[in-house]
Design a protein around this ligand. Sequence first.
Ligand code: SAH
Length: 393
Amino acid sequence: MIRLALKPGREESVLRRHPWIFSGAIASESGDGSDGRAEVVDAAARPLARGAYSPHSQIVARLWTFDGRTPDLALFRERFAAARRLRKDVLPAETSGFRAVNSEGDRCAGVLVDVFGEVAVMELLTEGTERWRVDLELAARETFTPARLIVRESGSDRDRGVRRRSLLPLPPGEGVDYAPFLENGLRFFADVSSGQKTGFYLDQRDNRSRLRSLANSRSVLDLFSYSGAFSVAALAGGARRAVDVDSSDVALALAREHRRANGFPVDDRDFVRADVFEDLRRRAESREAWDVVICDPPAFAKKRGDLSRAARGYQDVNRLAMSLVAPGGWLLTCSCSGLLSADLFGKIVFSASLEAGAEFAIVARGGAGADHPVSLDCPEGEYLKGLWLRRAG
Ligand code: SAH
């Protein structure tokens, strides 16, 4: 375990239990961090916290304990068991796909576990938690008892760049591998091998459920659809038609499978492989009108420097999407960019509505479901923002 001594004053955030230590806060280091463990001490050498050590990341340590405990197998077991108990309290019926461990939100900074039926996917987000892989794997197997556990060492984008430079292994690009599971009784497949994220966007469960409840006999345009899960929920709610738009062939192929698996017809015209911005411009020119538009783009801002360009992107896509919503229709607009605050997102959406010349009201807000807890100590964990907007008329 390496000892990281903080610069004077930099202990403040640790005393408030914020779990991130930035490299700029470190005055000196001593010892060996090859086991992925770090102890953080203040300028007077008083111990403050222990956690996972990622020497090549801007966040050099992610803290797990503030009481002197060393992160080890016993602690991983306890934290995973607590995470499992929470899910028992909050998951809806007929739902076997869920986020089982949510990093800081479950006091397991740098570890995600998604369960898809019999398969669990554990994602180790940092170099430090990668070093703990053997014990984390064991604790995950014991706690979640999956038939199969897949471990991905994907890291953040910044970590990934570093990993390339330091020649640590990159996640393999194996063939396609689907894990079936249920969400509110609907059948889905997570692409657990080459899929995006851990293979399925579990965080949108509540929004899909709301869509299902208001979709009856309506037309639905699902932008950035990935594997078309919103459309399946809409069809289950009686939607007249649902169209998926995504730039990925693999995602759209899975979207077709999802419709088939749930007993809905598959019509080629309902799967559009296109850049959403171009597709929206075409639709706007031909003055299309949809009862419900879903807009759930990828994170446009991944680092601070991207923010102003990202804001423009969100405003453009929202302006175009708004122009396609029929009077009295709905727009669910989302941003999963943690760097973009809910406040700024709201302002962007407001500006978009002015540009679109269309009046909307916020009817509901919809973030990630209850299996994505956010620690009060680490509000950065709240990344998904969704606004259910209804157009006047
Ligand atoms: N709404 C989805 C998740 C969306 S993830 C769900 O609930 O499952 C973002 C998706 O946007 C990815 O599938 C990616 O392939 C797609 N994408 C990214 N940029 C795009 C673009 N410019 N045009 C079309 N699709 C895009």
